[in-house]
Design a protein around this ligand. Sequence first.
Ligand SMILES: [Fe+2]
Ligand SMILES: [Fe+2]
Length: 165
Amino acid sequence: MAAHATTRGVLADEHAEKRAEIIDLLTQAYWMELETVLNYLACSINPDGVRAQEIRESLAEDVEEELGHARQFGERIKELYGIVPGSLEFHAEQATLQPPESQIDLAHVIEGVIAAETGAIEHYNRIIEATDGVDWVTQDMVIAILHDEQRHRRLFEGYLREFAS
Ligand SMILES: [Fe+2]
Ligand SMILES: [Fe+2]
């Protein structure tokens, strides 16, 4: 804890409980980003076929961006006096982003990406709501990250239109 607590905002003593809640939400976001990094990395390597190249390159770029998000979540956890966890606390959840049976099944990959981005969008909206009026800094950071995820989701919805047709 801070040696000299502030009297206003998320670092104030009166918001200790709220701060713990925000750290939990940020920790969940941190894991979501890292699981996305794992799966986007695999999906940037596995797909075969003429049409796979665009998707692979796009996901290879996203790996860097999602890792950057994980880093931001981790830094914010620390600033709020939380501890960034180690890998033994990790629980995988992204069932839809597992490699398809066929490595030319790009629709499966694209739908998995859209599901991951949708999950992130929902969770980040939750953080924006939970921080409202208390932790503007976290809220501001998560709004910017939410914008990135909405952009990712829209891009892959565009890909799906092509691959589903
Ligand atoms: Fe992200
Ligand atoms: Fe994303």
